[in-house]
Design a binder for this molecule. Sequence first.
Ligand SMILES: Nc1ncnc2c1ncn2[C@@H]1O[C@H](COP(=O)(O)OP(=O)(O)O)[C@@H](O)[C@H]1O
Ligand SMILES: [Mg+2]
Length: 334
Amino acid sequence: MSAELKHKQATAPAVQVRGLNVVYATNQGDLPAVRQVDLDIEARKITGIIGESGSGKSTLVMAMMNAVGKPGQIVSGSVEVLGVGDMLSIDRERQRKARGKELGLVFQAAQNSLNPLRRIGHQVLDLGRSHDVKDLRDLLRKAKDLLTRLGMDADRVLASYQHELSGGMRQRVGIMFALILDAKIVILDEATTALDMLSQASVLEIVRELHKERGLTTILVTHDMGVVADMADRVVVMYGGEIVEEGPSEFVLSHPAHPYTQGLVRAIPRISGDIDRAVPLQGAPADLKTYLEPGCPFYQRCPVAMPKCQESRPTSLAVSQDRKVACFKVTDHD
Ligand SMILES: Nc1ncnc2c1ncn2[C@@H]1O[C@H](COP(=O)(O)OP(=O)(O)O)[C@@H](O)[C@H]1O
Ligand SMILES: [Mg+2]
């Protein structure tokens, strides 16, 4: 293999999203929930996807697995997964195999995604069989190891039904399921939000360890800037179904460029460093109807909006190497 090819493979993004559009059918017609998203997920890094509730984070990661459920629909785009192909166009069986084997997902609703009628241990075996795992005993051993690391009594959990576990325990079980087939790309959608602060910190610490040990590409979806600050190498900020800012998290959090990111950072004194001046974000988050307006989705709440922002939508532009922002105030130089 040539040195150049080797370098290319080493630096190829783990996931490449292009021109992704997802809508939900409502009684007002199809409304866009993810709009024209282009995104590279860097391999072996932790990428945080942040935004208020309703900004399209879950829809985006579900679309990355081609698992958007009705009334949602992927309208256009591609999701190129390293070693798999375009999740949106490969055949269904290959997609199904990739979910779990290459892409591990902990749903936001992990609490409800378990089968209520089967013991957790049986569900581990079901998953193994559906992915042609030969050594099921070994799979159970892996499940035990993971559950133990996640701070649980593994034998008890494997013998339990979902209703016998607390919300926090179910979330940990969800994390176990995402990792058990050795997926290299792992998506955690608000996977620690049902946990109290202490448990959240300890589970995130374990996620960080596993990420390092296994050389994972980890996507951490959260509405908590603190989690991004503690965990993520890169951050992707979503608002109104669009990516409004992205870049190295340290840099984005210390020098947020988009007024929305600035608002998110200012609301958290621990990050802004200014305890006396925590300023909560004003106004209500965008909803699907906001998205239909022609201007910037953040226009209504933006403290520095210009007339132009109401009329047209800023596109995401590189403002420096490695950093993109969708805001006229930042990208217009005339
Ligand atoms: N099943 C659904 N039917 C209709 N609208 C939906 C559905 N799921 C999500 N939405 C809408 O899509 C938008 C994005 O939602 P979601 O991806 O869940 O955001 P987030 O994960 O950032 O909270 C929201 O406005 C939400 O109300
Ligand atoms: Mg969500």
